[in-house]
Design a protein around this ligand. Structure first.
Ligand code: FAD
Length: 488
């Protein structure tokens, strides 16, 4: 008689793909995989541009390294590991299927055009092989393909978009992380995180980022808790002042999917918060700007390279490497702009009000193409986002959907005086001006010679002379705009 076979046949595992959703709570794909009761292989698939999109910039690479370490730790507390693979999505997943004999592959949906195309091709290829392919929501409150205007088209203006989003009902409740994840009986090969060289080495410019941020899901939870305790109650009134830590600073956590808009939305409903309605509504509307940006990206796949308002294709930008470099380095001679650009370089983040002023300054005062500014932000922001970054750049430059009218040109001095009245923000990031009295902090060129000298400021030596004169720059920008309109 043949020997009785005692081992049950190996159960095919479920592959669980991580990409821009580096969390275990409110991760519907992870929960669905764990709920099968079968072994689960969590894999971070890093396409790094191989699917045809832009690879993450330096600041996001730094963040990604740390976020992956933390994700791995959370998964291992639940019994699973994290396998790392780099390469094009389709080929990488097919090779994992072959290695593991997985017959089900789950993931959370992405909403950037390259991610959508890669995941659609993946779904088709897996289903052709009779494998189960399932995708879930989490990154956005709305599905861009489903939210349409009365005539069935996409929204191009924010206010009706917001009304439609608000009217579409309370977002689903977030789900808790699975308590346990059944691992594969034997580990499979993984790339080494260190070998991906995501961290800067020569030079290590990430000191300011380390001081400012705690990447990972626990860091995101902590930020949210702090914001609910201290920022939200002053949000409507204080969100435009860059020196006040009133805004949530959740943007990099959202960009990496360490927290979901569903979790944030429902946390705002906590009965003990007693938040004034105005603050709640203002904050929700900001979350909705993120949704709107993705809506725009979904319907304008080249948002980072092509103007939404095609009239702007005729705009006569004046490329000048020197001006661009002065802006990038925070050496324009306009303190609020320079403070913002240095905050960005030091911490990987810039306050929203100052992003608007700095972007306006580049595109209007310096007449540099918004795409150059967008690319710099892409490389340096820890929250660099394929939707929010180009959507906001085009909004400021005037070429976007529902954009700021071009002729409304921010005056950097008045913006500074209004939103940083005592210069606290400028003093922090432009220390060479720290001892100037508040009345001159946003216009050092107007300070009397003895005031400058007492403050240790020598224009042109310790701090740059303004690289353009506001009134002349404004007139030149308006002339360029008129010329563009004349070419229509
Ligand atoms: P909060 O004020 O606490 O807002 C909460 C959340 O709402 C933010 O985390 C963000 O997800 C969303 N949000 C707020 N304002 C906007 C907005 N205008 N557009 C889209 N979403 C918004 N945001 C990014 O997340 N990534 C980017 O790459 C990015 N690039 C920008 C470029 C320019 C030129 C400008 C003017 C704005 C850009 N923004 C970008 C939007 C905004 O500046 C940041 O979302 C915000 O400063 C993040 O800080 P916070 O989390 O404290 O915001």
């Amino acid at each position: 008689m043949p020997a009785q076979k005692t081992d049950a046949p190996p159960e095919p595992p479920v592959l669980l793909l991580f990409r821009n959703d580096l969390r275990i709570a409110d991760n519907l794909a992870l929960n669905a995989a764990a709920d099968t009761g079968r072994p689960v292989l969590p894999v971070f698939v890093f396409d790094d541009g191989a699917d045809g999109g832009r690879p993450p910039g330096g600041a996001r690479r730094w963040w990604l390294h740390h976020a992956l370490e933390r994700l791995r730790a959370s998964l291992s507390e639940r019994g699973a590991g994290l396998t790392l693979r780099r390469g094009p999505t389709l080929a990488t997943v097919l090779s994992l299927v072959e290695d593991t004999q997985a017959n089900a592959i789950y993931w959370n949906r992405r909403y950037d055009p390259v991610g959508i195309a890669a995941d659609s091709a993946l779904k088709t290829a897996l289903r052709e092989r009779a494998l189960e392919a399932r995708s879930f929501d989490g990154h956005l409150l709305h599905e861009p393909s489903r939210l349409t205007t009365g005539t069935g088209g996409p929204y191009k203006v924010y206010s009706p978009f917001w009304r439609a989003l608000a009217a579409s009902g309370e977002p689903r409740a977030p789900v808790a992380a699975p308590k346990a994840i059944r691992p594969l009986p034997a580990p499979i090969a993984s790339d080494g995180l260190e070998n991906w060289s995501l961290l800067p080495t020569a030079p290590d410019w990430a000191g300011g980022l380390r001081d400012a941020w705690t990447p990972g899901e626990a860091g995101a939870r902590q930020r949210l808790a702090e914001f609910l305790d201290a920022g939200l109650q002053h949000y409507a009134e204080g969100r435009d002042r860059p020196a006040d830590a009133v805004t949530s600073r959740l943007s990099p956590h959202l960009a990496h999917g360490e927290i979901t808009p569903f979790q944030i939305w429902h946390a705002l409903n906590r009965p003990d918060l007693d938040t004034p309605a105005r603050d709640l509504e203002t904050f929700r509307k900001e979350i909705a700007w993120r949704e709107f940006s993705y809506h725009l990206l979904f319907h304008n796949r080249d948002l980072a390279s092509k103007t939404v308002n095609r009239d702007f294709d005729a705009f006569a930008w004046r490329p000048d490497a020197g001006l661009l470099a002065a802006w990038q380095q925070g050496r324009t001679g306009y303190p609020i702009v320079d403070a913002g650009m240095r905050q960005l370089w030091r911490t990987g983040w810039m306050h929203n009000r100052v992003r608007m002023v700095a972007a306006s300054f580049l595109t209007k005062h310096l007449l540099q193409d918004w795409r150059d500014g967008e690319a710099w932000f892409w490389d340096t922001l820890v929250d660099a986002d394929p939707a929010s970054n180009p959507a906001n750049w085009q909004w400021v430059a005037g070429s976007g959907a529902d954009a700021a009218p071009y002729f409304r040109i921010f005056n950097p001095v008045l913006q500074g005086e209004k939103f940083d009245p005592d210069g606290t923000y400028v003093r922090d990031f432009v220390p060479e001006l720290a001892r100037l009295p508040s009345r001159y902090i946003h216009k050092p060129w107007q300070a009397p010679a003895d005031t400058l000298s007492e403050a240790g400021v020598k224009l042109g030596a310790t701090y740059p002379v303004a690289i353009v004169e506001h009134r002349k720059a404004r007139a030149a920008a308006l002339a360029a705009y008129d010329a563009m309109k004349g070419t229509r």
